[in-house]
Structure formats: C-alpha cells, structure tokens
Write a protein that binds this ligand. Sequence first.
Ligand SMILES: Nc1ncnc2c1ncn2[C@@H]1O[C@H](COP(=O)(O)OP(=O)(O)O)[C@@H](O)[C@H]1O
Ligand SMILES: O=P(O)(O)OC[C@H]1O[C@H](OP(=O)(O)OP(=O)(O)O)[C@H](O)[C@@H]1O
Length: 199
Amino acid sequence: MTDILSPAGLDAVSGGPLLGPGRLVLVVGPSGAGKDTLLNGLRARLSARQDCVFARRLITRDTDGETEDHDSLGHDEYRQLSGSGEVALCWEAHGHGYVIPKSCDAHITAGRMVIANGSRRALPQALAKYDAVTVLLITAPKDVLAQRLAARGRESEEEIRRRLDRSDLEVSGVPHVVRIENTGTVDQGVDAIMAALGL
Ligand SMILES: Nc1ncnc2c1ncn2[C@@H]1O[C@H](COP(=O)(O)OP(=O)(O)O)[C@@H](O)[C@H]1O
Ligand SMILES: O=P(O)(O)OC[C@H]1O[C@H](OP(=O)(O)OP(=O)(O)O)[C@H](O)[C@@H]1O
C-alpha cells in the first residue's frame, strides 16, 4: 500500500539541491474527507515519537476549537509572509491563505518526518522543494463528503457547495499517491495511514 514518491529530476527543475534528509508527509484530499480527524488520531498514536513532527498551520481564519488546532493570521500578514518566502510551504484556497511554517524545514534538515495537512494544488511546489515527499490522498464518496461537511457546521451552505465543487480536483504533477478511502471508522483510517507510512 505504501508508495513513497521519489521526485527524480526535480532538483534540476528547481535549480538546486532538494531539502532533506527528512520526509515531508502531506495529507491531502477533498473537504470533509477527514484529513484533520485522521491527523488528530495519528498524532495521538505517535505522541511518543520524537522523530515525527506535526506541522501547526497558520490560516487566515479564526480558530474554531474543533478539528484543527492552528494559528491565525490576517490576510495582510499572509501576503507579507508568503511574499518574503519565510515559509516551508504556502498556498491559497477557499478564500484563505495557508502557511506551513518555516520551522518545519529545520525538522526536515534534522532528518525528522514532518506531517502536515496539505493542498492538492500545492503538491508540485512541495515536490520541487523537498527530497522525500509522501502524499496521502484521503477520500470519501461525494454524498458522504456533503453529509460530513453539513454535520461539521463550520461553513455556510454556499461555502460547502464550493468545497464540493472542488472535491474532484486531480492531484497534478504527482507520479504516485497513496489513496486512503476514509469510509470506515476513524481508527481504521488511522491504521491505513500508519501502514502507508510503515509505522
Ligand atoms: N471515518 C469517519 N467516520 C465518520 N465521520 C468522520 C470520519 N472521519 C471524519 N469524520 C467527520 O467528518 C467531518 C469532516 O472531517 P474533517 O476531519 O474536518 O475533514 P477535512 O479536514 O478533510 O475537511 C468531521 O465532522 C468529522 O468528525
Ligand atoms: O487544494 P485542495 O486540495 O482543495 O486544498 C485546499 C485547502 O483545503 C483544505 O483546507 P481546510 O482545512 O481549510 O479545509 P477543509 O477542512 O474543508 O478540507 C486543505 O487543507 C487545503 O488547505
């Protein structure tokens, strides 16, 4: 089930050596698939592992105290930070800016595994920067996504509709992806991630 990406040749594209030796694990997939829920379960399972670090994202939205524990920043701050390049990765989606903080790069250079909630659109950026990237695509059928987003209650109906419109977004520029269908229990989803990462 594990399919580790080896972005051969991308160092030539980016013009410099790729960042390593640690591995970046990006958990991606449509809204409502369960990325944050599975990441929370994984964090609990890996709490004793010093070599696995969970990225705390900066997002231009208020913390809701629910699925994802993140830091908030304003849109101007986001523009400044992303423009400065003082980030590990950043992207925009759903009207928000998202940042994986620069501190994650130090963990990668120290050889640790950094695990982060990512964006399908930002995968080419990640593959062009890091030497070892694993992409976990968390999915569920569209009707399940719709039910889960409604039950989560964080977005308006219009925002949910736009998220569902984006649910079929293909992962681009990525040769291999580990796909995990999160339609069983949360524990089963976390088991699948552990297996995919060989943990
Ligand atoms: N395996 C699962 N079974 C049932 N409900 C789930 C499962 N995984 C996630 N959920 C629920 O679905 C909703 C969306 O999950 P979330 O982790 O916020 O998704 P994402 O981060 O991918 O948008 C949450 O309310 C969560 O409790
Ligand atoms: O390019 P995409 O693959 O569509 O991803 C876009 C963004 O959507 C998700 O964010 P967020 O956690 O705000 O939304 P979600 O919880 O509804 O998935 C994901 O973490 C990305 O930041």
